[in-house]
Design a binder for this molecule. Sequence first.
Ligand code: ATP
Ligand code: LTN
Length: 340
Amino acid sequence: MSEQNTTEQKKLIFSGIQPTGTFTLGNYIGAIRNWKPLQEDYRCIYCVVDEHAITVKIDPAKLRQKTLEAYAQLLACGIDLDKSLLFIQSHVPTHAQLSWVLNCSTQFGELSRMTQFKDKSQRHPDDINAGLFDYPVLMAADILVYNADLVPVGADQMQHLELARTIARRFNGRYGDTFTVPEGYVAPVGAKVMSLQEPTKKMSKSDENPNAVILILDDKDTIIRKCKRAVTDSETEVAFREGKDGINNLLTIYSAVTGKSIEDAVKEFAGQGYGTFKMAVGEAIADHLAPVREEYAKLIADKAYLKECYTRCGAEALRYSQRVLNKVYKKIGFIPSEIR
Ligand code: ATP
Ligand code: LTN
């Protein structure tokens, strides 16, 4: 973030993404691609949330690799370090420190109602750990430790964001005005991209079926093959309406990557079969993602550059968030520490 940006009174954005795998088209359309244009009007702080990623079992070598790859993918998607900060969550200890404090302003019942917790504990019944339960409090800390105004996320994260708002209000009520109550920002198109194999379920990085998911680094042939295999329905008409989940999803994706409205897309494919439509969707996705893939290949080959970027941004994020954490500690009655 440039000096000029930090001193201007622009509103502040925070968002994060887990390095649990290569990013999907869902992550991209629902979240990441909106991060780039927001840099023009806001001070943006973006984070690879590796501490969130360990709430489900992940091999250490895989986590290390996926964290670096996630960092490079975000740069490849257009995060500009002259305008924004992009860092790794575990490098900035203030997030975890604040989350402990916020735990004490969060109710057990509130966390028990989180849909993601219920889903993930069903999917991992052998490891329903306290971190998984507490996940939304760390997310609240990520946001509140910067006093972020706006949080761009996919629709599935709105429940967590609502909880972050509740926690901020509760803390402010108890200790006096401390935190900004953040607003969520959900993209107008593609806030929930669905699985290509089960179009009533969201497309997710951790899906075990590779055909259900398009990865932003997939090559053209793979993307087209996955689109051709996408589950649709027994009709033949390309139309956007209830009951046509598979086609609705492909139309949404097509609209998101081409910038055409869904209405225009429906007209474009009037009278054409699903085969032609799926092929066109696959090509449009591949064309849209080609520059990201090219840029990513260059970035991931330059580990020294990546290290320099995440170190510099992490240090700045720490300086900024430490000020907020100090204020919080003072308000709750902790004796100021001289230990440095
Ligand atoms: P995992 O499968 O590991 O739980 P995920 O694919 O659901 O991960 P996250 O890291 O939890 O992805 O989410 C990163 C961002 O992408 C969030 O803002 C989330 O709302 C958004 N997102 C995730 N999946 C989709 C989707 N299918 N459609 C739109 N946005 C999505
Ligand atoms: N829980 C989010 C990732 C995340 C996040 C954040 C998003 C962690 N901390 C703070 C926005 C703001 C998810 O997408 N699964």
